[in-house]
Design a protein around this ligand. Structure first.
Ligand code: NAI
Ligand code: MN
Ligand code: ZN
Length: 337
């Protein structure tokens, strides 16, 4: 089988590997479509502290089950499925309280174990989620990025009384905007980014107001307009954002962060406690695949709006280059196997 492998940071190869066989409790997926994510680029460039090399990357993948391991019902062969990249132990504290995404022995597909940029992948049978025929292949490939939005929103509990502020209109900001609009029905969505083309995408995906905050003070801009955000999602993940979000949040607001920067930032107890703010963090997803598949079935989100490019997997280097270099025009790039 052909697999896209990062041999060492900076060295990407399409490699011939022996066909993988499903172990007990696993299925094998014949992959037909996979999405490129920022974290794939981080592994490619050597910026992911968890990655071990060589590594087959890719954690957003769709295909058909074509083989099952011992203990898995053979009737699953032929199912159209998407793979949940979160492989968890099932018995540690986080697993026991329904948070396998932070399992003590967490193995993320495409990071800690080989991923979906490959003609075939094996994974635990319970990680392969059936996709109804009403969801086309490309949209099904987008389930994983929407699970990130589903996970952070499950913490923030947005609703019709909320004014949402989303930092960042990259893929993660856009999935969050779609969920806030189509699933949670918040009152208003404001989006801040540094790139006008991305702000235009935000408007197409459900933002009511957008602001390029490269040269303006967001807090003053919001104050002038009398806007006090009650739900804030940081999908830009610069360490300076959390202190700003705390300062501009409404009393009783909830703030969700998803960044992995190790740089410190300065926040005060007073800024948080005086307004009784709630600050949440969100990593990957905790069993959110069925939820997102039903969002798509019910047409509450429009994943096709995020797909800007598609390439045969043989052109992966070109696809990665566009994804890395053209943030103005590029959102989700799919590879076809
Ligand atoms: P991206 O890099 O495509 O988008 C980030 C956007 O934020 C860009 O459009 C950029 O112009 C904008 N931005 C940067 N600084 C800003 C600022 N100060 N104010 C407003 N906008 C600003 O990244 P993508 O794929 O959308 O992911 C966003 C972040 O989420 C990344 O940092 C990524 O590591 C993180 N992430 C976290 C996950 C989790 O489970 N916790 C999962 C996936 C991504
Ligand atoms: Mn992803
Ligand atoms: Zn566990």
């Amino acid at each position: 089988m052909k697999s896209i492998t990062i041999q060492t940071p900076g060295k990407l190869e399409i490699e011939e590997r022996p066909l993988v066989n499903p172990q007990a409790g696993e299925v094998r997926i014949k992959v037909s479509s996979a999405g490129i994510c920022g974290s794939d680029v981080h592994i490619y460039r050597g910026h992911n502290p968890f990655a071990k090399y060589p590594r087959v990357i890719g954690h957003e993948f769709f295909g058909h089950i074509d083989a099952v391991g011992e203990g898995v019902d053979a009737s699953r062969i032929g199912e159209r499925v998407v793979g949940d990249p979160v492989v968890s132990c099932g018995h540690c504290y986080p697993c026991s309280v329904g948070r396998p995404n932070v399992c003590a022995e967490l193995q993320v597909i495409g990071v800690h174990r080989d991923g979906g940029f490959s003609e075939f992948i094996t994974l635990p049978a319970k990680n392969a989620h059936v996709v109804p025929d009403s969801i086309p292949d490309n949209e099904a490939t987008m389930v994983e990025p929407f699970t990130i939005a589903a996970n952070i929103c499950s913490q923030l509990n947005p609703g019709p009384l909320d004014t949402a502020l989303v930092y960042g209109a990259g893929p993660m900001g856009l999935t969050s905007i779609q969920a806030l609009r189509g699933v949670y029905g918040v009152k208003e969505i404001i989006v801040a980014d540094r790139i006008d083309e991305r702000l235009a995408m935000a408007e197409l995906n459900g933002a009511d107001r957008v602001i390029n905050n490269t040269n303006i003070d967001l807090k003053s801009w919001l104050e002038e307009k009398g806007i006090r955000p009650t739900v804030i999602i940081d999908a830009a993940c610069h360490p300076a954002i959390l202190p700003e979000a705390i300062s501009l949040a409404s009393p009783a607001a909830r703030i969700g962060i998803m960044g992995f920067s190790s740089d410190p930032c300065v926040i005060s107890q007073q800024g948080i406690t005086s307004k009784e703010l709630s600050i949440f963090s969100s990593r990957l997803n905790s069993n959110r695949f069925p939820q997102v598949i039903s969002w798509m079935t019910e047409k509450k989100v429009q994943p096709e709006k995020l797909i800007t490019h598609q390439y045969p997997y043989t052109e992966v280097l070109e696809a990665m280059k566009i994804f890395e270099e053209d943030q103005k025009h590029c959102c989700k790039v799919l590879l076809k196997f």
